[in-house]
Design a protein around this ligand. Structure first.
Ligand code: ADP
Ligand code: SF4
Ligand code: MG
Length: 335
């Protein structure tokens, strides 16, 4: 097997606080292949953003990290801070939910792109400017010469996110991490941005890790999906497997909460009862057990490991993975 581009092993993140430690991420393991598009989905508070910030070492120094995050064989968690600059931006690009706060209000869009290009690559200003215009064009900005002169506050949310994506890919990173990049946008613009990410990944061979709370969004984006709950991965599989044969009761709940996931019924199906646990008080055993309709005694005691139980590395962290019959209404769901 070829080495994955990103290989995360047993990643754990804890925030020490005066009122005790907050375990935001527990022993997460997953990998992303070169050029692969992976979706990470889960309700708010599942540890998705903390995991992304841990991978890029952007968490506050007080955060305690353990495990390994190998980018092409180099463990980023062991890398001296002085070398991280060459990883962020150059090898890993990042896009966040609110693009306007990530852009400087005092510089034109074009100048910011030129600075970003020149900071990592010692190219002359003129070459950087040409590249900035090419980048704006490649992210679908209609008149790059005109828009390059504009300041961020003049951009709509969708345009600002396109500019952020242009910044993130300006040094041709191997991996792009996009954390809820469309949450602040309306559904039409959201679809355009997701399509843009797919297009860029296919044209440039960039791997993309897309974080979202919206499982439906991943049908048009992901090749593989990781479902997270309370700081852990509870199910992983290809998009076809996850939609066609989901096996974790939490994934079933997420699917049932998606409006219109089952076109025939066209009704909002039952959402998951209760709320996700606080990272301060993760339930013992299976963290999902207080909300799970299939809970048994063993679930309250023993943590289920993420185990492969089907083809294509389909894995589930449930004591009864592969044994429970999924709800009737999820039988005909297709990506
Ligand atoms: N800097 C921090 N200090 C303490 N707790 C934090 C910090 N950042 C995040 N958390 C906690 O970690 C958990 C996971 O957060 P997050 O990764 O942001 O969730 P998600 O992105 O999946 O919605 C949450 O309970 C959150 O409150
Ligand atoms: S381990 Fe038990 S509580 Fe957890 S998802 Fe499976 S059946 Fe439900
Ligand atoms: Mg988040």
């Amino acid at each position: 097997m070829t080495r994955p581009l990103l290989d995360v092993r047993d990643l754990a993140v804890t925030f020490p606080t005066d009122s005790g430690p907050i375990h935001a991420v527990h022993r997460m393991s997953f990998s992303i292949g070169s050029g692969e598009r992976v979706g990470i989905v889960g309700e708010s508070g599942a540890g998705k953003s903390v995991a992304a910030l841990a991978i890029t070492r952007l968490l506050a120094p007080s955060a305690r990290l353990s495990g390994q995050v190998a980018l092409d064989g180099t463990d980023l968690l062991q890398l001296p801070r002085s070398q991280l600059r060459h990883v962020r931006g150059e090898r890993i690009g990042m896009v966040f939910q609110d693009p306007v706060t990530c852009l400087s209000p005092r510089m034109s869009v074009g100048d910011q792109l030129v600075e970003a290009i020149r900071a990592h690559r010692g190219v002359p200003r003129r070459a950087a400017r040409d590249r900035a215009l090419d980048l704006l064009r490649s992210v679908g900005i209609p008149d790059p010469v005109l828009w390059a002169k504009e300041y961020p506050h003049r951009l709509s949310g969708g345009m600002a996110q396109r500019v952020m994506i242009a910044m993130a890919i300006s040094c041709d990173p191997e991996l792009l991490i996009a954390d809820e990049p469309t949450t602040a946008l309306d559904v039409t613009i959201e679809a355009q941005i997701i399509d843009l990410l797919v297009e860029l990944s296919e044209e440039r061979g960039t791997a993309v890790m897309l974080i979202t709370h919206d499982l439906a969004l991943l049908a048009r984006f992901a090749e593989r999906i990781l479902v997270t709950y309370a700081g852990s991965i509870v199910e992983q599989g290809t998009v076809g497997t996850l939609y066609g044969r989901p096996s974790h009761p939490y994934t079933w709940g997420l699917m049932q909460s998606v409006t219109g996931v089952n076109e025939q019924r066209r009704r909002r199906l039952t959402a998951i009862r209760g709320a996700p646990p606080s990272a301060r008080a993760i339930p013992p055993g299976c963290a999902f057990h207080p909300r799970c309709p299939y809970v048994q005694e063993v679930c309250r005691r023993e943590v289920p490991e993420l185990m492969v139980h089907g083809g294509d590395d389909h894995a589930s962290a449930c004591h009864f993975a592969g044994q429970l019959a999924r709800p009737e209404e999820l039988r005909e769901v297709r990506p």
